[in-house]
Design a binder for this molecule. Structure first.
Ligand SMILES: [Zn+2]
Length: 291
């Protein structure tokens, strides 16, 4: 999956990975839109306007008289097809999962089929979160494994979320204000999680794992299993590698305290330090002893 397919076309514009155009307007997407009563040409035009607007903001060439965020809202109001297109992106993506689920079950009914939910959709893509609950994904998901990598989320939020949004539609907020807003909208505790200048040094806390697991279980409403991906030793600049084994231990404990059905030790086996794998083992023995 390419990076631009990890998020929908709307996020590709306001939270851009690269300079590419928002996808996708191929013949299949257009045919799908026609079927749903969505004017593909209006959607394309709307995305074009939004893209030009955001790129002018990023280049520092535009100071909208009525405000930057207002200007964003103005394009959405004039082209509601933008939101319709974003939603169809997600629905068509889910249909691919449904197809895979049916195919695998057709071959081997006992196979457990579930999905990885990337870090962006699990922890900072509000459009993804709004588009669908885990309960809605449950009919074709035996489990959902979402990313809950506490350490690496710090620099990711600092550089992939806050910094990018400030260059596009949230330039009217300071990074500190934007971080506060992020914590509140996603339900993380800003008293516990790092301040702006600590984000890329300390990473998030095990409390983030707890809250995101709890949220996911509530979203699934008992219809599918929730396996948080506990991540450590993921390399990035000044981020804590090797991870603090106490935090890794605590993250596993917190995941189960929040009601997780299991965990996935993440990310890549060759990245993981033995001390941290031991921390996971210690936590798992404790979790099993409590049962
Ligand atoms: Zn397409």
């Amino acid at each position: 999956m390419s990076r631009t397919q990890r998020q929908g076309p709307l996020m590709n514009v306001i939270l851009p990975w690269n300079d590419g155009a928002p996808v996708c307007f191929c013949e299949h997407c257009r045919a799908r839109a026609r079927e749903k009563g969505i004017d593909a040409e209006r959607a394309r035009k709307g995305f074009e306007e939004l893209f030009v607007y955001v790129r002018a903001l990023m280049a520092g060439k535009l100071q909208p008289a009525d405000g930057v965020f207002t200007g964003f809202l103005r394009v959405l109001l004039r082209y509601p097809e933008i939101l319709a297109w974003e939603y169809q992106y997600r629905l068509s993506r889910e249909e691919v999962l449904q197809g895979m689920y049916g195919t695998v079950k057709g071959i081997k009914p006992a196979a457990q089929v579930g999905w990885h939910v990337d870090h962006q959709p699990s922890s900072w893509d509000l459009a993804y979160r709004a588009e669908m609950s885990y309960e809605e994904m449950a009919p074709y998901s035996d489990f959902i494994k979402f990313i809950a990598y506490h350490d690496i989320l710090g620099p990711r939020i600092r550089f992939w979320y806050l910094a990018r949004l400030q260059k596009t539609v949230l330039s009217e907020l300071s990074l500190e204000e934007s971080l506060d807003l992020y914590y509140d909208l996603f339900g993380y505790d800003k008293k516990v999680e790092p301040k702006l200048d600590q984000l890329d040094k300390t990473g998030f806390s095990p409390d983030y794992v707890y809250r995101e697991t709890k949220r996911s279980i509530a979203s699934a409403a008992g219809k599918t299993k929730i396996y948080p991906g506990i991540g450590f030793d993921v390399p990035w600049g000044s981020a804590p590698v090797p991870a603090d084994p106490e935090k890794v231990y605590e993250a596993v404990i917190k995941a189960f305290e929040a009601g997780a059905d299991g965990i996935v030790v993440s990310r890549e086996y060759e990245e993981m330090r033995v001390t941290n794998l031991r921390a996971v083992g210690r936590a798992m023995r404790e979790v099993n002893a409590r049962k």
